[in-house]
Each structure stands twice: as C-alpha cells, then as structure tokens.
Design a protein around this ligand. Structure first.
Ligand code: ATP
Ligand code: DP6
Length: 426
C-alpha cells in the first residue's frame, strides 16, 4: 500500500434509482442465486425523486465491515449483503486513489474492511423498491471503490441481483429487461437496457402513495409462497410472460402508448391475481388501490383509448404512466379531485417531486382545488367517495437515468478522514 500505517481512508459515492416493473418478476427458480422463473421489464424512475445514495469507504484502520442505512447502523450479517460484498471484493483490482495518493494492490483488498452509509430519498420498505435502489447502489459504488471492471456486459447487474432480484434492473436508465437466463450459475441472468430514458421522453409517472408503512408479506416471502402454491403463477411464467415480454419490447421500441398501457395494466392485474391464487392468499392491494384502478379504467374507457396505465408492486401504492404532460395534468386533477389532501396540508407537501405538472395544472394552493372541474367521465355518474387524506401523498416523476458517480467530497455520507457517518459528528 502506498501510504504507511493505517492512516488512509478512500471513499466513493454513487446514486442509483428505483425502478418499477411493467412486466413483473414474481417467483424464483433458485433462492440462493435469486434466479427468476420469468424475464421482466421495468422503467427506471428519475433518481432526483426516487433513489439511494451510498458512500463506501475503505481503510486498514476499520475493524469490521459496517453499514448505516438512513442514519442508523444495521447489521451486515445478512446473506444478501455478504454475497454482494464477497463478489465485489473478489473482483477488486490494483487502484490508485487520486484524492489521497494511496495505491492499493489487488491482494490488499481482502484485508481491508469497508464502511457503507446509504440514504433513500423516499420511504424504505414501503413497496417503492428501496431494496432495488439500495442494492444496485451498493454494488455500483463498491465497483468504483474496488476499481471493478466488468469482464462481460451485465456482470455488475448479476451481482446486484444477489442483493435483490429487482436491483439488477436499477443499474441502467430508461427501459430495462432482466433476462431470466438459463445457466445454473446465473451468469446469464442479467439486466440489459432496452432504451435510454430520452428515447420516450414525453411519458410522465405519477405515484399515489397509499401507505408508507412496511408491508405484512415481503416480496421475498410472498413469491416463495406463490411458487409453492399458485398454479396460476406457473401458467403465467410459462405461457403468458414470454409473449408479453416480446410485445412490451416492441411497444417500448415504437413508443406505442396504447400497447404499453394495455400490457402494463394486464400484467399488474395478473400479478395480483397470482397473489390471490396463493395459499393462504396475499393481499397487497387495498380499497384505495382499487379506487385508483377504477379512476383510470373509467377514464380510459370514456376516452376510447388508454390515457393512463397503472401498475402496483407488492404494496397498495399505484404507479401511473401518463402518455404526456397534458394527460399528466388531467390525471393530477382527477387524483386531487377524488383524493384531496387533509385541509391543513400545503399542496406542495402533498404533491412532491417534479413540480412542473402542478404548475402546468395552475394549482398553487389548496384553494385552487375548488376550481378543478368534475371529470367528464363522472358527469351524471354516481360520484365516487372523496375522502381527504385517503392518500398519503403524490410523487410526480419521469423515466430517468441509471446509476452514476457523485463527488464524494461534496455529497458523501461518510467523513473522509474518520470514515464514520457525517451526521454522527454534527
Ligand atoms: N439504500 C439502501 N442500501 C442498502 N440496503 C437497502 C437500502 N434501501 C433498502 N435496503 C434494503 O432493502 C430492505 C427493504 O426491502 P423490501 O423488499 O422490504 O422493501 P422495498 O424494496 O421498499 O419494497 P418492494 O421490493 O416490495 O418494492 C431494507 O430492509 C434493506 O435491507
Ligand atoms: C413485485 C415486484 O416488485 C417484486 C420484486 O421483488 P424483489 O426484487 O424485492 O424480491 P427479491 O428478489 O426476493 O429481493 C416485481 C418486480 O419488481 O419485478
């Protein structure tokens, strides 16, 4: 090592987005290697609104590998963290740290512990794929620290997959496919980018956060039960998904919103049908989720063609795609009409993320909500319930870029001298 003794600390920081599957992954053929029973396709969410930021430091002075998640130390004993770290360490290379001048040789890395601090800019473990952003970010940032170069395309995604299946898709931006692969060692179960986020840049994504609470059945446990007990899941994986993957790839390639919307809604509904087909049944959707589905379905039918698509992961939150900004404004108006905020809440705290949709809708404060017209498809129909506070909040976002490096000196979460979380020093 270039510097004498235990004095040096090298640090890297990265950011990785969350992603939302439009053709769902549900079920593993190998629990240890996290190999899925079908391929899946996702849209990467704008990291400005839904991402994990992770700082990793290494120093011979560190006594053990440690992890702080959202400011609190958590154990790194879990097999998923261990697997990711082991695979990354095994690929470490000789590297020179420009900031400190330290040279670390390949063989030295095995004896150097790491400190990791990570923060999510959205709720953790609430069905918004924090594990996807978190593990993608961990692997991506460790690759910067250890100087790992992929020996085949998608190698890092295969390692992120060991942390959480859906994490393999979060390394890339835009539209991403996780190929289920065939190999027993999982080498070909990797993510590839179908198209950059700029390829289809008029899509707007609006997330209705129904609950930020931790869910009863984790995705990992839920899909195990479904594989064990749901005949529908096996039919889906073998007969339905392969065809849908091809159709979705084509819809993305040609920016065909109608086809994209039909496939997205159908696949979300079939995924939740497999949950209901599981014994005992798993319920991720609740009454609010169903009201959101009703809102979109009623509007799409009235319009004669899909304006908005919805999809739900393992939780009640709706992720909705509007075909463009104009439709996004109409969607936000409908959401605010049917799901107004509690009276004392600022509108800007209720609708967060990309504020441009709120601006285009000319909605500045709660008073402006009175001006929203009754949606055309509801005129003359039985008015749905309007319960203020039924939704927690709304996030406006877009498809976004994949993982990227940040300047550790400016936005790092660990002190570059001590390697301890910065907030512990304040
Ligand atoms: N930034 C992060 N860095 C490292 N690990 C993380 C990070 N964020 C989340 N995790 C891990 O992921 C776990 C949460 O995963 P879980 O699957 O329960 O929720 P989720 O990913 O938010 O929901 P879902 O996968 O159903 O969309 C956390 O307990 C933690 O172990
Ligand atoms: C419903 C889903 O979000 C399931 C995601 O499951 P996870 O990737 O969280 O599961 P593990 O691989 O066990 O960590 C659908 C999807 O993202 O494709």
């Amino acid at each position: 090592m270039g510097k004498e003794g235990n004095e040096w600390v090298v640090t890297r920081t990265g950011r990785a987005p969350s992603n939302i599957a439009v053709i769902k992954y549900w079920g593993k053929r190998d629990e240890k290697l996290i190999l899925p029973i079908n391929s899946s396709i996702s849209v990467t969410l704008d990291p400005a609104h839904l991402s994990a930021t992770t700082t990793v430091s290494a120093s011979p002075a560190f006594e053990s590998d440690r992890l702080w998640l959202n400011g609190k130390e958590v154990s790194m004993e879990g097999v998923r963290y261990k697997n990711c770290l082991r695979e990354m360490r095994a690929r470490a290379t000789d590297m020179v740290d420009e900031r400190t001048g330290v040279t670390i040789r390949k063989q030295d890395w095995a004896n150097v512990h790491v400190h990791i601090a990570s923060e999510n800019n959205f709720p953790t473990a609430a069905g918004l794929a924090s594990s996807a952003a978190g593990f993608a970010c961990l692997v991506f940032t460790l690759a910067q620290l250890f100087g790992v170069k992929e020996t085949y395309e998608g190698e890092l995604s295969a390692i992120a997959r060991l942390g959480s299946g859906s994490a393999c898709r979060s390394l890339y931006g835009g539209f991403v496919k996780w190929n289920m692969g065939q190999d027993v060692d999982g080498k070909d179960s990797i993510a590839t980018q179908l198209a950059e986020h700029t390829h289809w840049d008029d899509l707007v994504i609006i997330i209705a956060v129904v609950s930020s609470q931790q869910k009863e059945t984790s995705s990992t446990a839920g899909m195990q039960e479904s594989v064990r007990t749901s005949p529908l899941l096996h039919f889906r994986a073998q007969e339905v998904v392969p065809q849908r993957i091809k159709q979705m790839e084509e819809a993305v390639k040609t920016c065909d919103f109608e086809e994209f919307a039909k496939l997205t809604c159908a696949d979300s509904n079939q995924f939740h049908a497999t949950c209901l087909d599981t014994s005992p049944p798993i319920f991720y959707l609740n009454d609010t989720s169903r009201r959101l589905i009703g809102l979109v379905e009623r509007w799409n039918r009235f319009a004669g063609k899909p304006q908005v698509a919805y999809t739900f992961d393992a939780g009640p939150n709706a992720v909705m795609f509007a075909r463009d900004q104009e439709v996004a404004v109409l969607l936000l108006q409908r959401l605010l009409f049917q799901f107004p905020p509690l009276p004392d809440l600022e509108l800007s705290s209720y609708v967060v993320g990309d504020q441009s949709v709120l601006k285009s809708a000319q909605l500045d404060s709660q008073q402006d909500l009175q001006t929203i017209p009754v949606p055309a498809e509801m005129a003359g129909a039985v008015m749905p319930l309007r319960t203020p506070g039924e939704l927690g909040y709304i996030i406006c976002t877009r498809p976004g870029q994949g993982a990227y490096v940040l300047d550790a000196d400016n936005v790092g979460l660990l002190d570059p001298i001590s390697g301890l979380p910065l907030q512990l020093h304040q």
